[in-house]
Design a protein around this ligand. Structure first.
Ligand SMILES: Cc1cc2nc3c(=O)[nH]c(=O)nc-3n(C[C@H](O)[C@H](O)[C@H](O)COP(=O)(O)O)c2cc1C
Length: 359
């Protein structure tokens, strides 16, 4: 793959990508013309399409994405402390027929390095552990990323709290607020908090606990003032509809939008049935790409239904399995105000261009 161009080269370590990427990119030739007409969170953008938190770990990466016509770009989730993340490799291709249903995700999936040619069949697992060089690096770099947005383009900063030795839930929630404050002070026009991560108060993932989500939103909003806040959440099964609605009701005073979905977790094994990615707690990892499109679309539709029924006006960022212009259009028709692609844009850097040409 070395002659092909990628925002993020999955055959290289995270550090190599962050320090030396993006690789082989031809950044010429994709320009927005005319005036940006579309309003997203109070900002005029050309096309409400971009790349979510993940494949773009530095300003060099976000700037490349802007140049290639991705108009809403998220800087990879950062922490308030330096954090090493998981052992390499971080990405595997999944052997999967069709959708990654919740039933399939509850079993085991085989992962290896054989990626299909046809990206409409590409479902991957990613397991980074959210590495971060810490604020000494990213606060300055974020300012470069913000400057890289052209006319009609928007940079969003994603932050997360870090559970540190002896941390109480209170300290964990405050760490989200501290990260968000650093981002706001650096000039981030919009801030997203990644809530698809472990909870400290209870077992499980933050985004399924109303109390934790509400506490984080309150504390973040208190320190970022007028900067719009997005929350990034995972997939809620139909059985979790009640908790989803309770969370939406609770956070509506604080959030400007909801970004959904993150990945769907599944146990990943090699062809002999052994844990595929080495390291403690790494049997299960997040799956993304074409196989989770159904879940992202379904969540977009359900959030839009809640929004209409209750008269709310939060924005919906539809994420999950967007690999073609048709996928983008499906998300818009299901109620998304903005659509993003991580896996699709990693494998096809020209996805934004193709979407714009198809409109
Ligand atoms: C390489 C990679 C790294 C990711 N890192 C993050 C992250 O740091 N924070 C986050 O909120 N989501 C992260 N994600 C999840 C994506 O933002 C997105 O929600 C998910 O991949 C589903 O979209 P997709 O099917 O287009 O890949 C990452 C995804 C990928 C592929």
């Amino acid at each position: 793959m070395s002659d092909k161009a990628y925002f993020y080269d999955w055959n290289k370590t995270f550090e190599d990508n962050a320090d030396n990427g993006p690789f082989n990119m031809d950044l010429s030739g994709i320009e927005n013309t005319g005036e940006p007409e579309y309003d997203f969170l109070g900002f005029k953008v050309y096309t409400p399409f971009g790349i979510p938190a993940g494949p773009l770990p530095t300003a060099k990466h976000t700037n490349a994405a802007f140049k290639l016509g991705y108009d809403v770009v998220v800087y990879k989730t950062q922490r308030t402390v330096p954090f090493k993340g998981n052992e390499f490799p971080h990405i595997l291709s999944l052997k999967l027929d069709g959708d990654l249903t919740m039933e399939k995700a509850s079993g085991q999936l085989v992962g290896d390095q054989n990626y299909p040619e046809d990206i409409s069949k590409l479902t991957i697992t990613n397991s980074f552990g959210m590495p971060s060089y810490g604020p000494d690096f990213w606060v300055d770099d974020l300012q470069k990323a913000i400057k890289g947005a052209g006319k009609g383009q928007l940079l969003i900063m994603s932050v997360v709290g870090t559970i540190q030795e002896g941390f109480t839930p209170d300290e964990y929630y405050n760490d989200f607020a501290y990260g968000a404050k650093l981002a706001a002070d650096a000039g981030a026009p919009v801030i997203e908090v990644n809530l698809s991560c472990p909870n400290v108060a209870t077992e499980g993932v933050l985004c399924y606990s109303k109390d934790s989500v509400l506490e984080i939103c309150k504390r973040v909003k208190a320190v970022i003032g007028d900067v719009p806040l997005l929350i990034k959440i995972g997939y809620y099964t139909p059985a979790q509809q009640e908790v989803l609605e309770e969370i939406v009701d609770a956070v509506v005073p604080y959030v400007a939008g909801i970004s959904s979905i993150n990945t769907i977790a599944a146990a990943i094994v090699d062809e002999n049935g052994n844990q595929a990615l080495k390291g403690e707690g790494r049997l299960k990892s997040g799956c993304c790409g074409a196989g989770i499109r159904w879940a992202g679309l379904e969540m977009t539709k359900r959030l839009d239904e809640i929004r209409k029924r209750k008269g709310y006006d939060f924005k919906i960022v539809g994420v999950g399995g967007v690999v073609t212009p048709e996928d983008y259009k499906h998300y818009i028709s299901h109620g998304a105000d903005c659509v993003m692609s991580a896996t699709g844009a990693m494998w096809n850097q020209y996805l934004a261009k193709e979407i714009k040409e198809s409109l």
